[in-house]
Every structure is written in C-alpha cells, then in structure tokens.
Design a protein. Structure first.
Lengths: 139, 256
C-alpha cells in the first residue's frame, strides 16, 4: 500500500493547516489525484479512512478528483496527454506509480521523441482546496 | 493548490538518527565511493544504515554495492532495498534501472520530495545521502526539508577541486548547515590543500582516503570494497568524527 504514505501526507498537511483551530472548522478537503501516478482510488480512500479513524476529521470531508495528465515538449512545443503515450509496460507503469519522474526514463515526446518535456498537470497527489467554516476562529 | 508531501518528511525520518549528506561542488571527487565505504563500515560495526542516492542523473551507489535495480516492496509506503546486514538503499535506480533520466530542476525537486515522503526507512542509526555534484536543488531542498541535515564535504587535493569546494563551504555556511568535517579523497601524496581548506573554514579535517586503484576491481563486490585500503581510511575518518559504534552499540548515530 504505497498509497498509504500519500494519504498520510494529505492528513498531516490538513492537520497542519488546521493547527490551533477547532477541528469542527473543517468543511472539506479537495484532493487532486494526478493521472500520471495512477493512484488506486479505492486503496487511497481506504488508507484515508484508516488514518482518519485516529483524527477528529470525518473521511466524508475528503473529496477526491482526478486530474488528467498533460505534457509539454520543451523541444518542439507539442502538448499531449497520457492516452497519446503508448507502449508503457506494466513494470514501467508501476515505476511511474511509485516515482512519477521515472516517466522521463520511459516516455518520449510523441512528435519529436525528445526526453525533454514538462509534466504540466496531473503528476501526483495535491490538495487543491481546504474549506473552513465561515465563523470566528476558523478563518 | 498545496503539496501535502513536505508534511510527512519529518515523520518518515523520525526514527533515523544522524542524517549526513556527502557533498562536493566538484564532480568526480569520489562522493559516492566515500558514501558507500562509510555505509559499509558503519553497517559492519553494527549500525543500521540507510543510503539514499540522490544523484538522479548519475545514480551509481547501487553499482558499487552490486545491487541489481528492482521495484521496491510496499509497506505503508515503499521499503528501501536490502543490500547486506544493516544496510538498505533507495534512490531513483530502483525505478529507472540503467536508463537515462533527463530531469530539469523542478523535476529533480519533485523526485527528491517524493522519495522522502514515501520511503519508510524505519529505525536507523544513520541515513547517508550520496549527493550529486553542485550547489543546486538537491542540497537546497534537503536543507529545507530536513533541518537537522549535516553535510560532510569531500574534496580531492587538486587545486581545481579545492577551489570549487571552497564555494560550497561558503554556501553551506550561508544556509547555516552543520558541517561536521571535510574529508580528502583520492589522495596520492599530500592532502595538505584539503587540510588548509578545512582550516580556512573552521571545519575539522577528518581524514584522507588514498587513491586506491584496487577499488575499480572491487566495484560490485562488498567484500572487495570492505577490504580495500580506502575502506580502512574511511573507517578512520568515521572514528575521527566519533560516529563508529562502540562496544555499547548504536549511540554514535544518535539524534543531535
């Protein structure tokens, strides 16, 4: 369960953001799951629930969204998505799952074959928003 | 948009004692060899040692250690690869093998942060970090993410190396990093220039590792590396630093 470590990071970051505040201030956390890392949402959700069992936040407050991956070639300017990057084997996908930067060892620009490209969106796990109650002591 | 990973770096390293980056601004001075020999000597003396190879573009610690890259096992994160009794290894090689990894600066930072956030080192007396040459993302990111990081500086006696490493020592002072010592590597005569470098910066000179041509034949063989003259010199340097475990065990890697 590699997902556990990332779910743990989301919970710890949320706890840090709420440090010194009433836990009831938390209204919601939006977590973006980058397509490139291919996190298993079911495992991630299970890990979140397990970790949150010892925290004062309900798992129902954590909303997962998938962010599509997008790449930009620094050599020719081509933009593309993961669907346009064929040929990745199972072990290569697993390597990218553990370390998304490993993509630079296995994927190339589909237009000019350059290894010099940027992952514009959809790399890994991010928190896109933490919503707090609109009352004194929360914001 | 915020990145949750920095929030768990301290937690992942909570059971790790001393964390030391083997640094040099100059390439080719033998940072990896110094890191590997130090890790082997500490482990042989009974310490639990993790080795983190952060040279994303020139990862080679696994080559010295004869470790064939393979994807890591998972346990609430990823587990470093077992090398030998008391020594584990993590870096980019388990994921990329011997393929070239062309990364720009922000990607290097992301890779470092990911490895720190998801690797479960468990209980360890030391985490030794093999750094790439330079004064870039790696040392700046590590110093921010791991405030208790120390930098052991490596230089050869060559005027070129000493000149470049002098700049690194100045930057390390500016970012307030603890430098427990400077070590001379590939010494084939007089280590005086490295000793003088340490003196100029008020940092202990902790030892010299001879140029040992047997090392090349020892690549990939733990026994050959351990029995080399260079390994004996590395052990002396670790003893000078006070890091070698004594009869009482593992206090040498204890938290500062």
């Amino acid at each position: 369960m590699h997902e556990w470590a990332l779910a743990d990071a989301v919970v710890e970051a949320t706890s840090s953001a709420l440090a010194g505040k009433d836990p009831a201030c938390l209204r919601g956390v939006t977590v973006q799951i980058g397509e490139l890392q291919a996190i298993d949402r079911e495992i991630f959700s299970f890990a979140l629930e397990t970790i949150l069992a010892e925290k004062p936040y309900s798992p129902n407050l954590f909303h997962l969204e998938t962010e599509r991956a997008s790449f930009l070639c620094s050599s020719c300017g081509k933009e593309w998505g993961l669907d346009d990057s064929p040929g990745l084997g199972a072990s290569e996908k697993e390597a990218i799952h553990f370390l998304p930067e490993a993509a630079h060892a296995f994927m190339r620009c589909p237009s000019c074959a350059s290894p010099d490209y940027r992952v514009q969106k959809g790399r890994g796990v991010k928190i896109s928003g933490i919503e707090l109650a609109d009352r004194g002591g929360c914001t | 948009m915020s990145d949750p990973r920095p929030a768990v770096v301290g937690k992942r390293l909570a059971e790790v004692g001393r964390i030391v980056a083997f640094c040099s601004a100059k390439g080719g001075v033998g940072k990896t060899l110094c890191t590997v020999l130090s890790a082997l000597q500490l482990a042989r003396a009974g310490a639990r040692v993790g080795l983190l190879d952060l040279d994303t573009q020139g990862a080679s610690a696994h080559v010295f250690l004869g470790v064939t890259p393979r994807l890591p096992d998972e346990e609430k994160g990823i587990l470093p690869l077992a090398v030998t009794e008391g020594l584990t290894l993590m870096g980019v090689a388990p994921f990329t093998g011997e393929r070239g990894l062309a990364l720009r600066g922000p990607d290097v930072s992301d890779a470092i942060l990911e490895l720190l956030a998801v690797t479960q080192w468990g209980k360890a007396d030391f985490l030794l970090v093999d750094m790439p040459p330079g004064i870039g993302e790696e040392i700046l990111d590590l110093s921010r993410l791991i405030p208790r990081l120390q930098a052991l500086v490596v230089s050869t006696p060559s005027a070129v190396s000493v000149t470049v490493v002098e700049r690194l020592l100045s930057v390390l002072r500016e970012i307030r990093m603890t430098v427990p010592g400077v070590i001379a590597n590939m010494v084939d005569g007089d280590a005086g220039p490295v000793r003088s470098l340490a003196d100029r910066h008020g940092v202990p000179f902790v030892g010299e590792i001879p140029r040992d041509r047997a090392i090349e034949r020892g690549v990939g063989s733990l026994e050959a590396l351990r029995s080399s003259r260079a390994a004996a010199a590395a052990r002396d340097a670790l003893a000078a630093l006070g890091w070698m475990p004594g009869a009482g065990g593992r206090a040498a890697g204890g938290r500062l």
